[in-house]
Structures are given as structure tokens and as C-alpha cells.
Design a protein around this ligand. Sequence first.
Ligand code: NAI
Length: 335
Amino acid sequence: MKHTVCLVPGDGIGPEVAHAAQRVIDASGVDIEWITLPAGAAAVETHGEVLPEETVRAIEAHRVALKGPVTTPIGGGFTSVNVGLRKRLNLYAAVRPVRSMPGVKTRFDDVDLVVVRENTEGLYSGLENEITAGVVQSLKIATRTACERIARYAFNYAHERGRKRVTVFHKANILKKSDGLFLACAREVHEAIAPDVEYEELIIDNGCMQLVRDPTRFDIVLMENLYGDIVSDLCAGLVGGLGVVPGANIGDGCAVFEAVHGSAPDIAGKNLANPLALIMSGVMMLNHLHEREAASRIREAYDAVLREANPKEITRDIGGAGGTEDFAEAIVRRL
Ligand code: NAI
């Protein structure tokens, strides 16, 4: 079956890793027509805006995108393309599977957890103002609709994937209203649709401590937007870093697959970026498109490359000396 997929290379290391991922996916034999779309710094030059309407419309129309990272300036400047895209397309669930990778040495061997992050509200509503000189406020938004929706997603995901436990990270001891609502919704949804799934609540500071002590005890970890952003990177660090953790942003209409990492300006344009996280995101995308055979062949191919650990074939962040294209080439050779 032929698929149409929107490819948003992004900026920084985005075009490099997007090219590598596209190459690997094409080599798997799956029939994809790619529509390349602008976003980020490159889009400002060509379209005068970071998130051109044409990009949003095309993803809405074709419903699936593979996206590279996009830079968001700190402090002033334009608002985030990522936040904009997630809001416009209502991509309410960020799903980030974190698993120990063969050949990638870390302190833990059997990590296999999934971070499910609410992707549309919390402090990411971007509602900030200066009340008076030297005093600013940022509004954290929590709605019953979004809290219930993400809880339902997490418990349904547990059922579909045979996962046993959902742990909610929260700070409802301090944020009694917003995180309190998030917790109340998680409890209600658990009782209503998944009483067979084990349910646990941890205050996030304790949750982070337990994650770094023994991540193998976690299965699905559910949390609101900002906590999910931070904890995703923490979890990536447990299994080998940002180069090996994929992600999906899922809505009822569309799905945008992207790595957890950012545009990595420190290594952009140097053929140093690890393309694996985006390739793994591509595997999640192929599963979403029901191209399971191609997805598992790519997964087996990159697992083989990692297991063999030839320094020329893997990138520096995971102990190699190869470049982005060497890694992609090595995976393609094994397909
Ligand atoms: P980052 O994830 O871009 O980089 C953090 C560190 O990890 C850097 O040292 C970088 O070199 C390294 N790294 C990241 N990806 C790598 C890869 N594939 N291979 C090897 N090393 C890799 O995070 P940072 O520096 O905080 O953010 C840079 C920019 O990216 C910011 O403008 C941020 O807003 C944006 N960003 C975009 C995201 C997206 O588009 N989904 C997600 C996260 C950040």
C-alpha cells in the first residue's frame, strides 16, 4: 500500500537526521510518497514565518508526519513551533518509549518504560504577563477534558500493549488544584476503564529519585506537560542519551513522529548527530501505518548495528567514531 507522509526536516541537526531516517525507511521497501515541508529557522527565510500555514494544512490533510527538531529561542523571539503544531493539530498525547538498547552500555540493562505526557496545556499554554515591573506570572492550565483524555490514552495504551502498571508523577501536594485535577482524573479513568492495570501515584521529586535508582521498576509513567518534557530527557539519559529515544505526538486526527531531542546547535552541520532517535520514531510511524513487517526489519537492522558496535558505524554519543550518514548506511546495509 502506498502512503503519503509529510517530512518536516526542521533546523539545526534536523535536516541531517531527517535525511538519514528517510533513507532508512525508503530502503525498507515500504512505499512512501514524501512531502517535504518547511518549519523553523529555514522557513523564516523562505516563508517569513516559523510555522507556515502550508505545513499545518498538509499534515492535517495527510494525517501523518515525520518531523526533525526545531529551535526555539530562549527568553524573547518567536513562540515554539512544536507547541504551535501540537496545539493546532490537537496532538494531545506525547508517547516516548524508553528501552535499553543492545550494545549501548549504561548502568541499567532492562529498562523498558513509556513516558506518556499531556501535550497541550499546563505551563505550555504560554500565558505569561508582567503584572508590574519585576513581577511576572505564568499560568498553568489544567482542564478536565485534557486530563481525562490523556489518562484514557495511557490506560488504553496499557491494555493494547499488555503493560501492567501506570504510575502518575505529580506535585498535587503543592499544586492542589491543577495537579489535583490531573490526579483526580487519572484515578477516575483508572477505576472506570482499567481496574485490572496496577495504579500508582508518586510525587515527582520522589519519582525522579526512584527513576534514577531503579528505572526497571517502571512501566508506563503518566504526567502533565512540563514534567513530561523534563522526565523524558532524564529517562533518555538512563538508556544512552537523546540519540536513542523516539517519540510520537498523537491526536485523534493526526500523528507527528519526532525524536525527544532538540536541534542540537552545538553539533549541527558537522555530521555528528545520531540519527537513530528519528529512525526509531520512523519505526513507530510505520507501526502506526500498519507496516509492521518493515518496522521490525528496520528495528532488527539497527539492533544488529548496535550489537556489533563497530566504531566506524555508530556515532560518538554512543561510543563510536562514525558520522550520521555512516550510521544510516550501516542500517541500510543490513536491511
Ligand atoms: P538538544 O536536545 O538539542 O541537545 C542537548 C544535548 O544533546 C546537546 O549536547 C546535543 O549535542 C546532544 N544531542 C541532542 N540530540 C542529539 C543527537 N541526535 N545525537 C547526538 N547528540 C545529540 O537540547 P537543547 O540544547 O536544550 O535545545 C536546543 C534547541 O532545540 C532549543 O532551541 C530547544 O527549544 C529545541 N528543542 C526542540 C525540540 C523539538 O523540536 N522537538 C525538542 C527539544 C528541544
